[in-house]
Design a protein around this ligand. Structure first.
Ligand code: AP5
Length: 218
């Protein structure tokens, strides 16, 4: 089963993907994480990427499709992928269909995390993530404990970091980009009959339960 986890910045895509990785042993393909890995080098490309990401705009489709194809073609994760943060526009959605067809795979469901935008600024400004496993925590809603370290077993006591694009100005621009370019894709997937809406205003565990219910019959 391949899934797309869909929703605006801060909706909980990464949080719920972590659950699917743990419980269902799926592979999380987060284009945001792949891009942030690229930022660690001191190349021209990395400087350009940082500028685009900090402005809340989308990185070019060529770069993204290249990153994605490398993963889709990997037989080790075939039909076991959660697409987190991809596709982000209609051209990426069409490229994904072509790549999946080429590697004999398909999307089983699009999990659409529905959330009021009013809550997103708080979710994003409170977010801290593990520097190793990337698990997100939240200073307001899901505090990591009295220590500011990751509490997951695998990387216990690793440092928690804040993202440079998690500030109010960039978030406003990321939401605008989402509304203009990403949200219209939902219509494309609704037409295919594979969208499942989830109330992502509920607690993290309640959202997880809704997703478990959806994927149990796939
Ligand atoms: P990306 O990293 O994909 O960011 P995003 O889509 O903006 O999403 P976020 O990671 O901010 O949010 P999330 O939904 O994963 O929320 P999370 O689970 O962390 O992209 C960053 C940038 O990279 C883009 O702006 C763009 O420039 C570029 N990019 C990436 N992909 C691209 C693509 N395909 N094409 C072109 N450019 C691309 O949760 C947020 C916080 O809320 C956490 O603290 C969490 O603990 C908390 N929380 C989660 N769920 C709940 C809940 N139910 N109740 C209370 N708190 C909750």
């Amino acid at each position: 089963m391949n899934l797309i986890i869909f929703g605006p910045p801060g909706a909980g895509k990464g949080t719920q993907s972590s659950f699917l990785v743990k419980r269902k042993k799926m592979f999380q393909l987060s284009t945001g994480d792949l891009l942030r890995n690229e930022l660690s080098s001191a190349s021209d490309l990395s400087r350009k990427l940082k500028e685009i990401m900090d402005s809340g705009k989308l990185v070019s489709d060529d770069i993204i499709n290249d990153l994605i194809e490398k993963k889709i073609s990997d037989p080790e994760i075939k039909n076991n992928i959660i697409f987190d943060g991809f596709p982000r526009n209609i051209d990426q959605a069409k490229s994904l269909d072509k790549m999946l067809y080429k590697y004999k795979q398909k999307i089983s469901k699009v999990i659409n995390l529905e959330v009021d935008y009013s809550i997103l600024i708080k979710r994003i400004s409170g977010r801290v993530s593990c520097s190793i496993c990337k698990k997100p925590f939240n200073e307001y809603f899901d505090p990591p404990g009295k220590d500011t370290y990751c509490t997951s077993k695998e990387c216990f006591r690793r440092e928690l970091v804040k993202r440079s694009d998690d500030n109010e100005n960039t978030v406003t621009s990321r939401l605008k980009t989402y509304d203009e370019q990403t949200l219209p894709i939902l219509k494309y997937y609704r037409y295919k009959g594979i969208v499942k809406d989830v109330d992502a205003m509920k607690s993290i565990n309640e959202v997880t339960d809704q997703i478990s219910g959806i994927i149990s019959d796939i």
